[in-house]
Structures are given as structure tokens and as C-alpha cells.
Write a protein that binds this ligand. Structure first.
Ligand SMILES: *[C@@H]1O[C@H](CO)[C@@H](O)[C@H](O)[C@H]1NC(C)=O
Length: 351
């Protein structure tokens, strides 16, 4: 009698336990998928649920030489184009940021097997007097690509189209185009190593993927996107704008899309829409950190991470050492802790 009354209870308990456990598993899996916790995995399965592609190839939207005021010397890309073309999105009054990049990571001519050149993309200054200062800077460094449009936040999409257009017309031989903001520290040797595995893919669009972003419908926000312009509930996955990499072959294909997609004023979303239209699938690279700030640490900046945001010119100089090979910037224990250590440093700095 006793045994009989105990067994059903146990059965009931263990079933309850199993029920709870499996519900938790399902919830965790869902959270994992929705939060983009495993973007690598998802981005591999993306082609199966992305409709882009089947369009006839559209002629690329290319700039004429009249669309630029300042250009690097033609020698910059010929007779031999750099295999890694880095285009830093800058703005007229950021001369200090440009100089910091030139004297640190942007001064490199080689990264791994790739020949590298770094240029700066900007528009027209609001103060006409600044133009002569820019002309002197261009004459000295030959690395400014200045488009003929007002350099404002609202024209960022135009700046991207301008720099891609310049790359497609003046530097078509480049294997990869890296678009990067001027407050970013780029670990070029690390990135080159990552890209060496990806030279066989024709269309590369690589970065920190943003999943299921909803259009901002608040008309006071500078990211406001009216429903009349983009009625759908969310955007296709796209690479965050701080740093992303395109293969040289992807650039003219992307430039075929702007006539067919809504001119969303948020630069990275616009590029994502163009890629989606063209059927180019974004790929996630977690070491290209998103908006997170990491305090200056040579092992994190030049070893573990591929890019760090919100870095001041002074911090760039502080972490820069071009003489130590990038593999040797971390000690064994620092490599072992890797990303965790850098994340912990970031948490401590935020306290
Ligand atoms: C973009 O640049 C054009 C050309 O210089 C200018 O007329 C326009 O006002 C700018 N747009 C924004 C939103 O700043």
C-alpha cells in the first residue's frame, strides 16, 4: 500500500521535472536564436530564407570625376591596386583623427599577404575657409577622397555611395574594401588573417550583424524612418556601420541597387538593403566589435579584437606599437583568456 502511494507521486514529480526542463531547453534555444547569440550559425542558414538575388543585374551607379573635389594621385591604385583598400569615413574638421590613424594602424603598407592602402572619405566643409586647409592636407598626404556634397550627418549615405563609387571607378582591382569610421582602431594584421580564408568567396559582406532591427518611427529621432519610405516591420540583417568589409566584386553589384531600394538615411541600414536586394548575404565576424568601448590595452587592440570603437587619437597612439609582431602582443595567459579578459577590462573601465 505504501509502495503504491509513493510510486505514482514519484512518476508525477519526474514528469513535472522533465516538463520543466524541456520547456527551459525550448525557451533557451529560442532566446539563443532570437538574440542572435549564434550569428555564425544563422548566417550560414540565411541563404535559405533570403529572397534577394533573382534580379537582373542593374548597371552600377557610378560617380563622374566632377563628383569629387579632392582625389588621391592616380598612382594610389595603379599600376597595382592594393588588395586591401581601407576607406576611413572622416569629416573635414577631423584632421587630428586622420593624423592619428596615419601615424598608427593606417600607415601600414602590408597586412599578412595583403598590400594595404588607407584613404579618407569626406564631403564639403560648412566653413569655406576650411577648404584651403584640406587642400594643403591633400597635397601633403595624397589620401583624401572628397565628394561634392555637404558633409553632414544627413548625407552619410551619400558619403558611402561616394566612397564606394570611387573604389569601383578608381581602384577596381582591390580584393577587399574595408569601410571604417575615424574613431576606430583597426587591427589590420588580425583582419588580414581572417580575410585570407575568405578570398575564394566572390561576394563578401562581413561585419557585426544586426538582426531584426525595427524602423525608428519617432519623428524627433535622427534615425527616424517614415512608414511612407519603408513600410515593412523590420530590416533584413545588415552589418553595423562602424566597420564592415566588402569584396571588390561586391561593390559594383551593390551600386546597382540604390535605384531600387528606398533611400533610407541611415547609412548601414541602406547598405544592408542594397545587399539584400542584390542577394549578397551578410556574414558575422564577432571580433569586429560593435559599439563597445574597450580601454587601451595593446593585447586587446592589436591581438584579440579586430576593431575597437570610440578610440581617441591619444589612445590610438598609446596602444600602437608597429615593431612587435601582432602574434606577440599578448602573453600566453592573455591569449588564453582572450575575449573574456578584454571584456572584463571594459567592464572595469565602465565602473
Ligand atoms: C547633402 O548635400 C547636398 C549637396 O551639398 C546639400 O544640398 C544637402 O543640404 C545635404 N543634405 C543634408 C541632409 O545635409
Amino acid at each position: 500500500m505504501m509502495i503504491l502511494s509513493v510510486w505514482p507521486k514519484r512518476c508525477y514529480r519526474s514528469r513535472l521535472l522533465w516538463g520543466l526542463l524541456s520547456t527551459m531547453m525550448v525557451l533557451l534555444t529560442l532566446r539563443f536564436l532570437i538574440s542572435g547569440g549564434h550569428e555564425e550559425l544563422l548566417s550560414h542558414s540565411l541563404p535559405y530564407f533570403m529572397p534577394g538575388g533573382g534580379h537582373p543585374i542593374s548597371p552600377p551607379l557610378l560617380p563622374s570625376s566632377d563628383d569629387f573635389l579632392l582625389l588621391p594621385t592616380p598612382k594610389a591604385c595603379s599600376p597595382r591596386a592594393p588588395s586591401l583598400l581601407v576607406l576611413v569615413v572622416s569629416t573635414p574638421h577631423h584632421a587630428t583623427q586622420r593624423q592619428a590613424i596615419r601615424s598608427t594602424w593606417g600607415g601600414a603598407h602590408w597586412a599578412g599577404k595583403f598590400m594595404v592602402r588607407t584613404f579618407f572619405a569626406l564631403g564639403l566643409p560648412r566653413e569655406p575657409s576650411l577648404q584651403s586647409v584640406l587642400e594643403r592636407e591633400a597635397a601633403e598626404h595624397h589620401d583624401l577622397v572628397q565628394g561634392r556634397f555637404l558633409d553632414t550627418y544627413g548625407n552619410l549615405t551619400l558619403k558611402t555611395l561616394s566612397l564606394m563609387g570611387w573604389a569601383a571607378t578608381h581602384c577596381p582591382g582591390a580584393l577587399f574594401l574595408v569601410k571604417v569610421d575615424d574613431d576606430i582602431f583597426l587591427n589590420l594584421p588580425g583582419l588580414a588573417e581572417e580575410l585570407e580564408h575568405r578570398t575564394t568567396l566572390t561576394f563578401t559582406y562581413l561585419g557585426q550583424i544586426h538582426w531584426r532591427v525595427w524602423p525608428n518611427r519617432d519623428s524627433r529621432s535622427r534615425h527616424y524612418i517614415p512608414a511612407s519610405l519603408y513600410p515593412a516591420g523590420h530590416f533584413p540583417p545588415y552589418c553595423g556601420g562602424g566597420v564592415y568589409v566588402l569584396s571588390g566584386a561586391a561593390v559594383p553589384v551593390l551600386l546597382g541597387a540604390p535605384r531600387h531600394v528606398p533611400l533610407v538615411p541611415v547609412e548601414d541600414i541602406f547598405v544592408g538593403l542594397c545587399a539584400h536586394w542584390a542577394g549578397i548575404v551578410p556574414q558575422h565576424l564577432a571580433r569586429l566589435t560593435g559599439g563597445a568601448y574597450f580601454p587601451p590595452d595593446r593585447c586587446c587592440y592589436q591581438g584579440v579584437l579586430l576593431s575597437v570603437h570610440k578610440v581617441t587619437p591619444v589612445e590610438m597612439a598609446a596602444v600602437w606599437d608597429s615593431t612587435t609582431p601582432y602574434k606577440e602582443t599578448c602573453q600566453v595567459w592573455q591569449w588564453a583568456l582572450g575575449y573574456l579578459r578584454c571584456k572584463a577590462l571594459a567592464w572595469m573601465a565602465a565602473l
